[in-house]
Design a protein around this ligand. Structure first.
Ligand code: IPM
Ligand code: MG
Length: 370
């Protein structure tokens, strides 16, 4: 089998620490299994801005285009607060999403039994929770034109962002949500603000139409996005797949994340359109940020990054078994009571980023008899 080309972009802050644990796992897999990966590593975010003058260089973008999949750590930090917007660390992320057309952002929020106490919600509300947010990622108010701040007169100025969606943009992300729901509990909740926004009503109509024509076997529910936020903390287990736009998806996925107790646990996948050859651009990143306050102290939780790698194995390389193996290893490590500080509850053992990474590899060895 030909090598799988992975572009590794650790980024800023804890991005480097968590990524190095994934690279160790990749090393282990290459030694013990008949797989090999072609790894290129490049700078991104503030670190790239400091060294290359932009948060992502054209050359790195070319690496991204040429790769089969991208592993992304995290970017950002107050150090770059005053950098002009199009060179800020976050701009790199937006450029990767836009230029690679990574329109479908999958954000699972799963409450593992071992961590059920870490949630701020009551145990029975979140025990066994398994929801998937499908967020549109390349359009909406994040990219709509016109945008900007301009002067009205000497004393007044104005700022504009544009929420814009086309039929096909809504159609394609809805298909992803419906298709994934079929593999799960067969329910899609589509969240928008059709009571206030034109794009909301448009969204709702397109989802309804597609459902009627091609996905009537899936249970579809429409929910206003504010109500959805409320329902997520009131009774999260009513949800299976939540389908929503770029901005609401940003908000709702943070809410959903916290149901699980820690952002340090949540992976994500951002997928492009399927080509005729059956391939698609894809980027995998933890939902957490660069956490500059704990960077370099080996306190970061590498599990979201490791689970993002598991998603890569599943969605980009069709390696379901290996993907499940990695997920199982993570669960077992947690069941043994090993914790990074962010997920500590009671008397469990606090370990460092490196120790957590090593513990996952030890578990992988046990599980696979190697
Ligand atoms: C996310 C983040 C990004 C977003 C930022 C860093 C640009 O919050 O991936 O959820 O708003 O999409
Ligand atoms: Mg966000």
């Amino acid at each position: 089998m030909s090598n799988k080309k992975i572009l590794v972009l650790p980024g800023d802050g804890i991005g480097n620490e968590v990524m190095s644990e994934v690279l160790n796992i990749i090393n282990w897999m290459e030694k013990t299994k008949s797989v090999s990966f072609d790894i290129s590593e490049r700078l991104v975010g503030g670190t790239a801005y400091d060294k290359e003058g932009n948060s992502i260089s054209d050359e790195t973008m070319q690496f991204a285009i040429d790769s089969d999949a991208i592993l992304f750590g995290a970017v950002g930090g107050s150090k770059w607060d005053n950098v002009e917007r199009n060179k800020r660390p976050e701009a790199a992320l937006l450029r990767l999403r836009k230029d690679l057309d990574l329109f479908a952002n999958l954000r699972p929020a799963v409450v593992l039994d071992a961590l059920v106490e870490a949630s701020s919600l009551k145990l029975d509300l979140v025990k066994g929770l398994d929801i998937l947010i499908v967020r549109e990622l390349t359009s909406g108010v994040y990219f709509g034109q016109p945008r900007g701040i301009s002067k009205i007169n000497d004393t007044e100025s104005k700022a504009i962002d544009t929420q814009l969606y086309t039929t096909s943009e809504i159609d394609r992300v809805s298909r992803v949500a419906f298709d994934l729901a079929k593999l799960r509990r067969n329910k899609v909740t589509s969240a928008e603000k059709s009571n206030v926004m034109e794009t909301g009503l448009f969204w709702r109509n397109i989802v309804t139409e597609l459902h009627k024509n091609e996905y009537s076997s899936v249970n579809l529910e429409h929910m206003l996005a504010d109500n959805c936020a409320m329902q997520l903390v009131r009774n999260p287990k009513q949800f299976d797949v939540i389908l929503t736009d770029n901005l609401f998806g940003d908000l709702l996925s943070d809410v959903a994340a916290m149901l699980t107790g820690s952002l340090g646990m949540l992976p994500s996948a951002s997928l492009g359109p399927l080509s005729e050859q059956g391939t698609r651009a894809a980027m995998y990143e933890p939902v957490h940020g660069s956490a500059p306050d704990i960077a370099g102290q080996s306190k970061a939780n590498p599990l979201a990054m490791i689970m993002s790698f598991a998603m890569m194995l599943k969605y980009s390389f069709n390696m379901q078994e290996d993907s499940q193996l990695v997920e199982k290893a993570v669960q077992n490590v947690l069941l043994k009571g090993l914790r990074t500080p962010d997920i500590k509850q009671g008397a469990e053992k606090i370990i460092s980023t490196k120790e957590m990474g090593n513990a996952v590899i030890e578990e992988l060895k046990i599980l696979s008899g190697n």
